[in-house]
Write a protein that binds this ligand. Structure first.
Ligand code: ADP
Length: 172
């Protein structure tokens, strides 16, 4: 809904005009499949060149680069946990991804940031639980970062959209 600070859209994240889009990267930061591959293709080879200078990124942390040929000025690369059943710290690690991205958003004074559903593709995190964590962290940051005007959750398919709609309908 326009005017809402936390929004959903069904789109390809590489087309979005946010200040930053978030990449669900892997520890190497050197590109991969899924949304990572799409972002590198759309940003152009300069993105990989910059990523090579960053070294590895531990799970739960985030790194920022320019957006190059993307409409977004910045790309925040974060590494989500691989799902191993949920008892190996996956929820805390996924929450840390969002927190790490929001810390960079604050540092860079970003007003709008678009997220894919981190870890819910190849990394196998169940969509409903992942959406709940994403929405929880978004609500928390919106209450304390006044520069941040909008957080956009980009749903690549209908199941993802339904999971976010359900999470947003739940009471904080
Ligand atoms: P992970 O390894 O963190 O699971 P994936 O890229 O496999 O990362 O998937 C993360 C999410 O990104 C999935 O929900 C997938 O459907 C979604 N996705 C894939 N391509 C795009 C895209 N171009 N734009 C937005 N979301 C995407």
């Amino acid at each position: 809904m326009p005017g809402e600070k936390i929004q959903l859209t069904e789109a390809d994240i590489t087309t979005l005009q946010a200040d930053a889009i978030v990449n669900a990267a892997n520890n190497s930061l050197l590109g991969g499949g899924g949304v990572d591959g799409a972002i590198h293709r759309a940003a152009g080879p300069e993105l990989l060149t910059q990523c090579r200078t960053l070294g590895c990124c531990p799970t739960g942390e985030a790194r920022i680069t320019k957006g190059y040929r993307l409409p977004a000025a910045w790309v925040i690369h974060t590494v989500g946990p691989v799902w191993h059943g949920g008892a190996q710290g996956e929820p805390e690690m996924l929450a840390r991804c969002y927190q790490s991205c929001f810390a960079l958003a604050r540092e860079y004074g970003l007003r709008t940031i678009a997220f894919p559903a981190i870890s819910t593709g190849v990394y196998g995190y169940p969509k409903a639980e992942a959406a709940r964590i994403a929405v929880h962290e978004a609500r928390r940051v919106m209450a304390e970062n006044k520069t941040l005007a909008a957080i956009l959750f980009v749903c690549f398919n209908r199941d993802t959209r339904l999971a976010y709609e359900k999470a947003l309908a739940e009471k904080p």
